[in-house]
Design a protein around this ligand. Structure first.
Ligand code: FES
Length: 231
């Protein structure tokens, strides 16, 4: 999935410095609110792709102010990196990796036993990759009582928590893998990882592929012919 911000003039420098927050905290149903309001002095690992940067910018400062320590590891190429100085202000440890294999190497070198909350933020590919590490090569490295949160970023339309139902995503029973209930992901964007039906996110996102391909072709056409800046 690619994100391109179309900006002109003075807004380009502003956007590089001040990427806007994508998530509301105060009305949020998910675990972010709990971490900020009720829990203290946790070590939190945020791991993912470029979406993890947006997540960290949105909630990281509040986590830090609540007394938590943030570790940040993301798979994002050198050309796609942004907001590094701001992430450095939030995170005690920061790794921008070139691939998910690099992420794996970083995780293998970290004291994962001390980390009580892991937020996995990114694409279906990222969720599946970390899920695999969680249950195989790193199975015994994690804190035994670690709390896992992961992003459920499927298609959304109204973002009004139950009006259009475009954001419905299945949850599963972690023991059986059977689907248990559908939830409005716009009101619960970060869910306990063991409950998330990751394949369902992939299926729902796949429904947008034709539209995204056409949009990408149109943007490529515009960028080829006009002097439009990309951030
Ligand atoms: S996006 Fe419309 S109900 Fe969630």
């Amino acid at each position: 999935m690619k994100y391109i911000f179309l900006l002109s003039g003075d807004f380009i420098d502003l956007a590089k410095e001040e990427i806007i927050s994508l998530f509301e905290i105060k009305n949020c149903k998910d675990n972010n609110k709990l971490l900020i309001a009720d829990l203290k002095n946790k070590k939190i690992l945020i791991v993912g792709d470029h979406l993890a940067i947006a997540y960290c910018l949105s909630v990281g400062s509040a986590f830090k102010a609540a007394g938590h320590t943030i570790y940040f590891v993301s798979d994002i190429s050198a050309t796609g990196q942004f907001a590094k100085p701001r992430i450095q202000q939030i995170a005690s440890m920061l790794h921008y990796c070139e691939s998910m294999d690099d992420v794996k190497t970083v995780l293998l070198s970290m004291p994962l036993r001390d980390i009580e909350v892991i937020a996995v933020i990114g694409s279906v590919h990222v969720l599946k990759f970390i899920e695999r590490l969680k249950t195989t090569i790193l199975k015994t490295n994690w804190h035994p009582g670690a709390q896992w949160i992961a992003s459920v970023y499927g298609p959304m339309q109204c973002m009004l928590k139950g009006v259009c139902a475009q954001c419905l995503q299945w949850q599963i029973d972690p023991k059986t893998g059977q689907r248990t209930k559908a939830v409005y992901a716009c009101s619960w964007q970060h869910q306990p990882m063991e409950l998330i039906d990751i394949n369902n996110i992939a299926e729902r996102l796949g429904q947008n592929r034709a539209q995204e391909t056409l949009t990408q072709l149109w943007l490529d056409y515009l960028f080829d012919r006009g002097s439009i800046c990309k951030v």
